[in-house]
Design a protein around this ligand. Structure first.
Ligand SMILES: *Cc1c(COP(=O)(O)O)cnc(C)c1O
Length: 819
């Protein structure tokens, strides 16, 4: 791929020659090989080690700067960081991609091919984990001292294989070949305690908690640098790994029994950071998951407090120097754990500890789906984390007493707001009570939080609630994923957009310029051909790069309604087979996404997509006017390949269910037109691009929520009332595996309103086809989408968090050189 103006670091050719020599020397030093003998993995490792060196010096300078100036730090706690590959992203941000690409090309090494040797770090399920990764990029690029705190899962999200149309899950052993971006920091390890008993003892006139018979787990941090773009900042993503302190086994007591016990113990401890739970939409209530959450929280907070104390500042001022952000409720135990550290380890009283804690912690809610809201049985929490449970009880008691003063006698309200109720700890309530701020991730989502999910809390403390509409880093999702568009932008509006995404608006005047449209269309065509080649290679299927690329890629879930999309395909197919000379615009429907392994409905959807693909792709009568593709193993790298090739972006969730969505933003940024419901950030995309540059259909969130309140609607009535609905649903019965879908939709009363939105969706799709045929109009729409994508950069989101919540200043790191 050609480099963009942004990444051509015009250095003299002497630099390139030096780099070439350095590469050859290092290959010899590390592997004892010449270029001819080296594998692509060897080459990858050598290049990564060279890039790491460029990073390391800056990393040390940044850390020293933060420490000397006592810069306020934000720590973003998240159970997931879906960072994807780092080699090219790091080189682009360092401004050395062009140099490396050219220098290596002279040796016959294609750096874009070599990049594929890197395993995606897939330590996340989807949107929530990817958001965390986008935020880290924006923090570093905007000179904010912001770091990630997460778990180094040995196995990330499973690798998906499709066999005979079914999903199979394989372990994702991403560390198999080693990971060149991490640094193990054994000297920074901390101990996390589980189980045991806690006694309160009087000592020196105060009660102290004595914790005994606990199990001590060693938490070892692995640090990954987060490189800023064209600045000097390198922040840190710190991932914790669980280890035993004891040696693998003790030779002196070597006997069969001891050996097995030692190994079992080691295995049980390491299980904590062994695997990422593969579902973020359903809470299972498993003990191991709770262990993971506390492990992250305790290790992360201990290291933050330790670092803070080295600054020599009093703990009373912690909120002036540290902000702790929790990505959903998964790390909500930061509230009682910080209380524990401040009281039990640092000797502060309750009131002071509470003031500090509630000054430091900030909470983002990510979902209104009831089955995703976290609750833990009190028994489980009490036995796994006895001291933490005591503190939660105290938080609950004090909070309920406070509520009683405002709502005397209103038991029902107090029960619903309580942290502990019905023998469950309600993590969302804990997070709201214990934090300085609660935010939703799109305007409509925040409104639903205020009016529905957290209604009582909103009435009680309205000032805590605010909105921060999500964003995505345009550096990965535009500059890296779509280098030809990036170059076209550089040539048209100059290169400043890379650090100032709002500058994309300067593209507006070009939207209707035929010459620019032609260049824009050429880029899209190239990206479509790039994807078509991948599909040909993987599936042996030829697709027409001139057809509309109609794409839905995201987790497979009932509320995201891949089913609605398939029913539309079946409807088109029925029309075409009935009337083969029907003049429709050829379309290629592309799907990708993983289903949670235990989510049967979603797995049947995958099978249905593949069954429909087999039917449609082999039918000669329809003359290749329709093609259906399911690409396996959707992850960040595949997203980078697919999204720039999209004409139509399918964002068709049931209104009110998708908190924000971020896939929608990646697509618009790459000049795809959204066909979507008035849900999540789609609404703000519509506001940004204007009604003429987006295709909207379906029920509104208000209508959906009204139906939910009144027990839904009659799905059978919809089925019998619209011949087209009946025809496509009946077709599902031709596949044995799709019976479950048919039954679920009709007998569970179509919980996600697929049938209710079917006819308006078909109309919307007809509009899309009509616009596509008018290429002047289409490219005008597409270019408008890019021009107004700046708002959806995570740079804007992070600026809002930093100014509105965390109160951070942008550091200006001056590298004095030396040392
Ligand atoms: C952006 C992204 C998502 C989130 O997509 P939505 O359409 O917002 O659900 C999920 N997975 C990957 C790999 C992504 O890059």
């Amino acid at each position: 791929m050609a480099p963009t103006a942004n990444c051509i670091f015009t250095r003299p050719s002497a630099d390139k020659a030096m780099l070439r020599q350095q590469f050859i020397d290092r290959l010899a030093a590390l592997y004892g090989k010449t270029l001819d003998e080296a594998s692509e993995l060897d080459i990858y490792n050598v290049i990564a080690s060279m890039v790491r060196e460029e990073i390391n010096r800056r990393w040390a300078v940044t850390n020293r700067y933060y420490k000397e100036r006592k810069v306020k730090q934000v720590y973003y706690f998240s159970m997931e960081f879906l960072i994807g590959r780092l080699l090219t992203a790091n080189m682009l941000n360092l401004g050395i991609y062009g140099l490396y690409k050219e220098a290596l090309a002279e040796l016959g090494v294609d750096i874009d091919r070599i990049e594929q040797q890197e395993q995606d770090a897939g330590l996340g399920n989807g949107g929530l984990g990817r958001l965390a990764a986008c935020f880290l990029d924006s923090l570093a690029c905007m000179n904010y001292a912001g770091h990630g705190c997460g778990i180094r899962y040995k196995y990330g999200l499973f690798e998906q294989k499709i066999i005979d149309g079914h999903q199979f899950e394989l372990p994702d052993n991403w560390l198999k070949e080693g990971y060149p971006w991490e640094v193990r920091k054994a000297d920074k390890a901390v101990t996390v305690r589980f189980g045991g008993q806690v006694r309160l003892e009087e000592s020196g006139g105060r009660l102290v908690a004595v914790h005994e018979n606990y199990e001590a787990v060693k938490a070892v941090p692995y640090d990954i640098p987060v490189v800023g773009c064209n600045n000097k900042t390198v922040n840190t993503l710190r991932l914790w790994s669980a280890e035993t302190d004891k040696p693998d086994f003790d030779f002196s007591t070597f006997s069969r029994g001891n050996y097995l016990k030692a190994m079992e113990y080691k295995y049980a401890v390491e299980a904590i950071s062994q695997i990422l739970y593969p579902d973020d939409t359903y809470q299972e209530g498993r003990l191991l998951r709770l262990k993971q959450q506390y492990f992250l929280v305790s290790a992360g907070l201990q290291s933050i407090v330790r670092r803070y104390k080295k600054l020599g500042e009093n703990l009373h001022f912690l909120p002036d120097y540290v902000a702790i952000h929790i990505n959903d409720t998964h790390p909500a135990l930061v509230v009682p754990e910080l209380m524990r550290i401040l009281m039990d380890e640092e000797g502060l009283g309750w009131d002071e500890a509470w003031r500090i804690t509630t000054g430091c912690v900030f909470y983002t809610n990510h979902t209104v789906m009831p089955e995703a809201l976290e609750k833990w049985p009190t028994d489980m929490l009490r036995s796994l984390l006895p001291r933490i449970y005591m503190i939660i009880e105290e938080i609950n008691e004090r909070f309920c007493r406070e509520l009683w003063r405002s709502y005397p006698g209103d038991w029902e309200r107090i029960r619903r707001m309580a942290v502990i109720a019905d023998n469950m700890v309600h993590m969302a309530n804990l997070a709201v009570v214990g934090s300085a701020s609660v935010n939703g991730v799109a305007k409509i989502h925040t409104e639903i939080l205020k009016k529905d999910v957290f209604k009582l809390f909103y009435e009680y403390c309205p000032h805590k609630f605010n909105n921060k509409t999500n964003g995505v880093t345009h550096r990965r999702w535009l500059a890296k994923a779509n280098p030809l568009l990036a170059r076209l932008l550089d040539e048209t509006i100059g290169p400043a957009w890379l650090n100032h995404p709002e500058d994309l608006v300067f593209l507006h005047p070009y939207a209707s310029d035929p010459a620019f449209q032609a260049r824009f269309a050429k880029v899209k065509q190239f990206n479509k051909e790039r994807l078509a080649a991948y599909i040909q290679d993987r599936l042996g299927l030829a697709i027409d790069p001139c057809s509309i690329f109609d794409i839905q890629v995201k987790r497979i879930h009932a509320y995201k309604r891949q089913l609605l999309n398939i029913l539309h395909i079946l409807h088109l197919y029925d029309r075409l087979t009935a009337q083969p000379d029907l003049d429709i615009v050829p379309r290629t429907f592309i799907f990708a996404g993983k289903a949670a392994p235990g989510y049967y409905f979603a797995k049947r959807i995958i099978k249905l997509i593949n069954d429909v693909a087999a039917l449609v792709n082999s039918d000669k009568r329809i003359c290749d006017k329709l093609k259906v593709v399911f690409l396996e193993n959707y992850n960040v790298s595949l997203a980078e390949l697919i999204i720039p090739a999209a004409d139509l972006s399918e964002q068709i969730s049931t209104a009110s269910r998708e908190a924000s969505g971020t896939g929608n933003m990646k697509f618009m940024m790459n000049g795809a037109i959204t066909i979507g419901t008035l849900d999540g950030a789609n609404i703000e995309i519509k506001e940004a691009v204007g009604d003429d540059n987006i295709i909207i259909f379906g029920l509104t969130a208000g209508e959906v929520l009204n139906y939910y309140k009144n027990g839904g609607y009659n799905a059978w009535q919809e089925y019998h009332g619209d011949k087209r609905v009946k025809a496509v649903l009946d077709r599902l019965l031709t596949w044995e595996d799709s019976r479950l879908i048919y039954d679920t939709v009709l007998n569970n009363n179509d919980e996600f309103f697929v049938l209710k939105d079917f006819s308006t969706y078909i109309e919307a799709q007809e509009r899309a086809a009509k616009y596509y045929q008018d290429s002047g109009k289409w490219w005008n729409m597409a270019i408008h989408n890019v021009a107004y994508a700046g708002y959806f950069s995570s740079d804007r989101t992070i600026a809002e968090y930093a100014i509105g919540l965390w109160r951070l200043n942008r550091a200006v790191i001056v590298d004095s050189g030396g040392q």
